[in-house]
Design a protein around this ligand. Sequence first.
Ligand code: TEU
Length: 556
Amino acid sequence: KEQFEWWRTATIYQIYPKSFCDSGSQGTGDIQGIISKLDYLNTLGVDAIWLTPVYCSPMVDNGYDISDYYNINPDFGTMADFDHLLEEAHQRDIRIVMDIVVNHTSTEHAWFKSALGDKNSPYRDYYIWKDPVEGQEPNNWQSKFGGNAWELDEATGQYYLHLFAKEQADLNWENPKVREEVKDIISFWAEKGVDGFRLDVINLISKQQDFPSDDIGDGRRFYTDGPRVHEYLQEISEAVFQKYGSVTVGEMSSTTLEHCQQYSSLDGKELSMVFNFHHLKVDYPNGDKWTKAPFDFHQLKQIFNHWQLGLNAKGWGALFWCNHDQPRVVSRLGNDQQYRVESAKMLAASVHMMQGTPYVYQGEEIGMTNPGYTSIEQYRDVESTNMYDIMVNEQGVSEDDMLAILAQKSRDNSRTPMQWNDSQYAGFSKGQPWLEVAANYPEINADKAVADENSVFHFYRKLIAMRKEIEVITTGDYTDLMPEGDRVFCYKRESESQILVCINNYYGEVAECFLPQEIEAEKGEYVLSNYGEVMEQTPSNCFALRPYETRILLIN
Ligand code: TEU
């Protein structure tokens, strides 16, 4: 088992290919573009790349609607390009993690095209069909992208389930043939030499089979961490992941700690690790994403504490702020103006020093911000445009209010083209990009960041290197040292031989930090901070933190 566990000291870099780098002028990124940036990623020091879907897809949800699992979307390149990427990455000791989307397929997939309109199709039972109830949808479950989760198949009079867009039909995992197909798909990529898999909304695959209406919610309690999910994961893991030694990370929507302990349990029977999103709902008042709201700092700390303590010695979690579904963290929890550099570094340190495997999403390492779009025409994301229609046209929310909400919450905030340099289109493409580049690219770009040793980029590079050099970061227990602090998030990591304290001011004002007496600060040294000037020569237990200051204290 040991030999597979490189990922416990690793950092994984997420690439959203459509927005990463275009080798030509079509305005969408491609695989050749990724290859051209491998040296940049090597400088950053990441161990693996998680590639969001590059398979054939009509791109209704940018590749999360797959129409052919065995081929590369021509917009991104060819299978030869993919093989070349794998080879070039491996030469640099960078592993490749592929995204596997098997809760649903595109309605353009051959299986669905055969199943639609034909109750006798051999693929009919690959999907979930139900008769109408009193002439209406079979139940009141809601799509995650808005509206009812059932769509009518006119020819047969039955509905199919889609937890996401109506072009993403949910697969019927109760059917053993579906599970065999999934094993074949993943094995195909593992055989090619792919090192691991990120499993999209994998905790939604097992639906409660009586499909009840939900009188208190949107239906998620009937399919989230559902009745047979652990059984299914164990089956796939035994047949594929354990056989190939693949690293796996499950994307767990609205999950619980108890389930995640089992998904990522140390016996390796299910997955290597889990993504959960509870810490990214601290700006969803009463669970509602679609409002403009500040974040709840105490709740954020409580969630980190709950998960750090709960997974310790039981499972393993992914550490992250950003992905292609989340707004940019520096705009969300930091300050993307006056303290952009300071707050981006502070936020980075505060998750990178926890237990787990950190993920860095493209552009995060240079402190990219939300673009601040002001018109609905600028948005492309299916969730954003759906919610705009529902809230403005059906619920009567004013256009200005909705635009303000989207500017804070839209998934497109993180999907703007990667800012490589200060030339036209930020050096992302020679042609007009599919989504507008953020206007701040002349200031915020990779070329500038690499050239400046005090940049956010070099701070990430140091954090990634520290994880390899300082054992306590991987192994240490976790304790929140200032749970009551109104501005400071300060935690301790402790192993048999080392103590590390990560001290973070989450606000733009000065904040006091008090370390408990048992921490012998004066015996330690500061190994990293985000303010140039050295702090007091001998660390002490009480001191003031500057705006968004972070300090990492190591006591050997
Ligand atoms: O996302 C799953 C998911 O539930 C979200 O993070 C989702 O985007 C959010 O709830 C919307 O508010 C995954 C992918 O990461 C996402 O890009 C896909 O759209 C989705 O699955 C469907 O495949």
